[in-house]
Design a protein. Structure first.
Lengths: 254, 150
């Protein structure tokens, strides 16, 4: 959509120097990131304190005659409560790690957009300069990866079928479901790395954004723990290494 | 923006915005209440006190309260309502968080400084057998606990 001349005049008046727009973008990106993280941390801590608080008497308390009854024992102390708070807080924070990473990603993109929009012109033409260039080969390899992996993603349908009709045991269905998740994650990661590198126009920011996205996907698909992170990092490194090395060599040579 | 200028702008923005935005976020999203109170009825106080007076003993009530309250300076009041004690009165022993226990004849009112939103209190009430519930068997005695932060 084209901007009207009036709007263009207003924008030129507000931002006569393009550098000022970059300052504004930095502030907005920074505010997005910090405020979202503060909100999530506060909510996580609030929920942790509520969960960790032992039950208080609702209406009445029981008494006893000294020497006859058994003394009421309080089964917890403040250190035990604080320990529970810290544990629940960490759990809640990890549950929301995808939101935090998303906020950081959006903040980074917002802050760096004006700068990147100028740099984008350097990288994209390299991908399509020649059909036999390394960048074009990387794109071809990406499409082959899609072609091989995409049919495997249909194993999800198999999982749904078996779970619905109950013909597969829980262990087997979980195994197939995990496999389907990994395949889907592979597809998503491949596309995200490619999109980050091409759209952002800067390889190092593309790699950083891809790393953020990888943890988001790992969390979304519940591929957690050291094995999940290691697996996702391995996939990421293989994909990024191929594209970035080829493209960087090309950029440097140009 | 390039090189050192870029770095300086980023550093200045980070230094200026970090505390401002964090404090703004804390003020905007703070979910904690600044006042909480509770009324805990002493179960069968009249019957227990009559029995205790016959064997020259006392009645004890011990329980814990955990409240989530805004951190900061907090005024805490613990009072027993509905008891008539002709001789020596009841004894309250209140332990708040990991502070030293506060022992008092009669009601307790104190101010503490809290950095955590958790207010954990262990309340230990000892009533001598000479006390009676005001209003007789049909009435209730209770402990009123109130905490006001800020």
């Amino acid at each position: 959509m084209r901007r009207s001349p009036n709007l263009k005049a207003v924008m030129d008046h507000v931002f006569p120097d393009y550098t000022r727009a970059e300052y504004v973008a930095l502030v907005v990106g920074y505010a997005i990131t910090v405020l979202v993280i503060v909100y999530i941390v506060i909510r996580a801590y609030y929920v942790a304190t509520i969960v960790a608080a032992p039950p208080s008497p609702l209406l009445s308390v029981r008494g006893y005659i000294a020497g006859l009854g058994e003394e009421e024992k309080i089964g917890f102390d403040i250190s035990a409560i604080r320990l529970t708070v810290s544990r629940v807080f960490a759990t809640k924070l990890w549950e929301h790690v995808s939101y935090i990473l998303t906020a950081m990603l959006v903040g980074t993109l917002t802050a760096s957009y004006p700068h990147l929009s100028r740099l984008r012109a350097y990288f994209i033409p390299l991908l399509f300069r020649s059909r036999l260039s390394p960048e074009a080969l990387y794109l071809l390899g990406l499409m082959v990866t899609y072609a091989i992996l995409a049919p495997l993603a249909f194993s999800l349908v198999l999982v749904v079928y078996h779970v619905v009709y109950g013909s597969v045991g829980v262990v087997t269905s979980n195994l197939v479901y995990s496999l389907a998740n990994i395949i889907l994650a592979f597809l998503l990661v491949t596309s995200i790395v490619y999109v980050c590198m091409v759209i952002l126009g800067r390889l190092e920011l593309g790699v950083v954004s891809s790393f953020l996205a990888i943890f988001l996907i790992a969390h979304y698909y519940s591929i957690e723990g050291p094995i999940g992170v290691a697996l996702m990092a391995l996939i990421l490194l293989v994909v990024v290494a191929m594209g970035s090395i080829l493209a960087r060599r090309r950029v440097v040579s140009v | 923006m390039r090189g050192s200028t870029n770095f300086l702008v980023l550093l200045a923005l980070a230094l200026a915005l970090s505390p401002t935005l964090v404090f703004a976020g804390l003020a905007a999203f703070n979910p904690y209440e600044d006042r909480v109170s509770g009324k805990f009825v002493l179960e069968h106080a009249s019957t227990l006190l009559r029995l205790a007076s016959n064997i020259n003993s006392s009645v004890k009530y011990k329980f814990s309260v955990t409240w989530i309250l805004m951190p900061g300076t907090t005024n805490i009041t613990v009072a027993v309502v509905g008891l008539e004690c002709p001789g020596s009165g009841y004894t309250l022993n209140v332990t708040i968080n990991d502070l030293e226990p506060v022992l008092a004849q009669g009601d307790i009112s104190l101010t503490i400084e809290r950095r955590s939103p958790i207010l954990f209190m262990v309340i230990d009430l000892t009533i001598p057998g000479s006390c009676r519930v005001a209003g007789g068997v049909s009435s209730n005695a209770y402990i009123r606990v109130e905490a006001v932060a800020g």
